[in-house]
Design a protein around this ligand. Structure first.
Ligand code: B4P
Length: 185
């Protein structure tokens, strides 16, 4: 049983690694980006609130995101661990996550930080070509990462495991699994 947060700039491969790691570690993969995109595709009220923010590369307002995560973490499969991909994205969200986990009497085990040089991030996102992968929006998302999300590394000081995320997907997975605390699998 392990409770992990994945942090990294847009395009670092959080979603890619989270999918593989959740299989290895047998915990659910909870991606706020995927939850927003599913709600946008289904035109739910939540999706309608989130769409303009994703389109602009801005963070969706914290109250919308926090409520969505609180509901997801209340599901029974999250009782035995989880892998949070893309949440928290700022220190205010991290405070809410700490409070939610406190209600269950648990805390995060570790934060995996994926490091990739900026030119490689841009190359990956442009070749992926998602709706929010245009040059202007990518630039905005990178800037939001540096100002809003990078401070989480200080917030979670002592729990951060830094992974070199350049190279083949399976090599990055191997590095992440090796870095995890004993007993995570
Ligand atoms: P996310 O969905 O979290 O997306 P991301 O950061 O762009 O991508 P990720 O790092 O997961 O990269 P991926 O594996 O796909 O966020 C999108 C938007 O949602 C945000 O801008 C924001 O608006 C909103 N949002 C999400 N969470 C939020 C929150 N908590 N609060 C507020 N708003 C929130 O990989 C990228 C590409 O690289 C892929 O094409 C992949 O195939 C490729 N790749 C992966 N690993 C590779 C490797 N080792 N080598 C080469 N290519 C690789």
């Amino acid at each position: 049983m392990v409770r992990l947060v994945l942090v990294g700039p847009p395009g670092a491969g959080k979603g890619t690694q989270a999918a593989v790691l959740s299989e290895h570690l047998k915990v659910p993969h909870i991606s706020t980006g995927d939850l927003f995109r599913a709600n946008i595709s289904a035109s739910t009220p939540l999706g309608q609130k989130a769409k303009s923010y994703l389109d602009a590369g801005e963070l969706v307002p914290d109250e919308v995101t926090n409520d969505m995560v609180r509901e997801r973490l209340a599901e029974s499969d999250a009782r035995c661990g989880f892998l949070l991909d893309g949440y928290p994205r700022n220190t205010a969200q991290a405070d809410v996550l700490t409070a939610i986990l406190g209600e269950y009497g648990v805390e995060m085990d570790a934060v995996l930080q994926f490091e990739v040089p900026e030119e490689e991030l841009v190359r990956r996102m442009l070749s992926r070509g998602r709706a929010d992968d245009t040059e202007d929006v990518i630039r905005r998302r990178l800037s939001v990462y540096h100002s809003e999300t990078a401070p989480l590394l200080e917030y979670y000081r002592g729990k951060v495991l830094t992974i070199d995320a350049v190279g083949e997907v399976e090599d990055v997975t191997g590095r992440a699994l090796q870095a995890l605390p004993a007993g995570s699998e």
